[in-house]
Design a protein around this ligand. Structure first.
Ligand SMILES: NC(=O)c1ccc[n+]([C@@H]2O[C@H](COP(=O)([O-])OP(=O)(O)OC[C@H]3O[C@@H](n4cnc5c(N)ncnc54)[C@H](OP(=O)(O)O)[C@@H]3O)[C@@H](O)[C@H]2O)c1
Length: 264
């Protein structure tokens, strides 16, 4: 039995992590701006962007699973030009720094940071913030693990839901993706909690490497819509800037995009 704090425990991934930790008997806390009322979990109201609640949340825990994040594009379901210029540091960088500082003070033994595949190569501002957060974790005195994943299906679905209002979909024709189900990733994160500090752990991805048009066509088929897809070949610098979005040799989920779409 472990005392575990999960930041982001109310999010898509975090909800599944919390459920699995509770099921195996861990004492679980969740730090959130709006913690729920689950009787099996100690909800602590706090905000990584301001620092409120962090000290209370970390005191007495052995392990922190840091799965909180703020991606404006993911929240709204579409990209704005500003997303290619800047991304707020408040949660992913400043919040991670605050959490690490308080964790060090409290003697936390394992800081497990959830990250995204390819952030160290990417030039996309939100992914740069995630890379900064990884660097803070690596430079910390607390024993750590970093567990990266490729984009989740819920995010792809949200982005495609927004595109559904448009008749023509402009998509990169030469960017391979390997999205996965956050529910398949959660058991791997929990396994990494048991494994203890493991440094950079192998990445997680879904079972299939797909082109962006495969992803879009499967979405259209599942939702019963037809939109024209126009492929746009990204030049080398743009491909490099977006960073790799596959992890062929890593841990694989089993749920396919088509199966996930049929279930949601
Ligand atoms: N989405 C993807 O495609 C994807 C892919 C690979 C890896 N990841 C990583 O996986 C992790 C979880 O992602 P997700 O998709 O499950 O995220 P999500 O559903 O968007 O959830 C975000 C979580 O962050 C918390 N949060 C946001 N701002 C906060 C603040 N100021 N203070 C405290 N908590 C705050 C939210 O809690 P409250 O709103 O309750 O405060 C929520 O629980 C992140 O590290 C993300 O980078 C995501």
């Amino acid at each position: 039995m472990d005392d575990v704090l999960v930041t982001g425990g109310t999010g898509h991934l975090g909800t599944d992590i919390v459920r699995l930790l509770v099921e195996r008997g861990d004492r679980v806390r969740v730090l959130s701006r709006m913690p729920g009322t689950d009787p099996d979990v100690l909800g602590i109201q706090g905000d990584l962007a301001t620092g409120s609640g962090i000290r209370e949340a970390v005191t007495g825990v052995r392990t922190i699973v840091h799965a909180a994040t703020l991606s404006p594009a993911a929240q709204r379901g579409y990209f704005r030009p500003v997303d290619f210029v800047r991304s707020p540091p408040d949660v992913d960088v400043d919040g991670t720094r605050r959490l690490l500082d308080e964790a060090a003070r409290a003697g936390v033994e394992h800081f497990l940071h959830v990250s995204i595949v390819g952030v160290q190569q990417s030039r996309i501002p939100y992914l740069r913030r995630k890379a900064e957060a990884e660097n803070l974790v690596r430079g910390s005195a607390i024993p750590w693990s970093i567990v990266p994943a490729t984009p989740f299906f819920w995010l792809l679905a949200r982005l495609h839901d927004h595109m559904a209002g448009k008749r023509v979909w402009l998509l990169p024709s030469n960017l391979a993706v390997q999205p996965g189900d956050s529910a398949d990733f959660a058991p791997y994160v929990v396994e990494s909690v048991s494994g203890g500090p493991g440094g950079d752990r192998t990445c997680f991805a879904g079972p299939e490497v797909l082109s962006q048009s495969d992803v879009a066509l499967q979405y259209q088929s599942a939702r019963g819509i037809q939109r024209r897809i126009v492929g746009l070949r990204l030049p080398g610098f743009a491909l490099q800037a977006s960073g790799p979005q596959t992890c062929p040799a890593g841990r694989r989920g089993t749920t396919t995009w088509a199966e996930w779409l049929a279930q949601h």
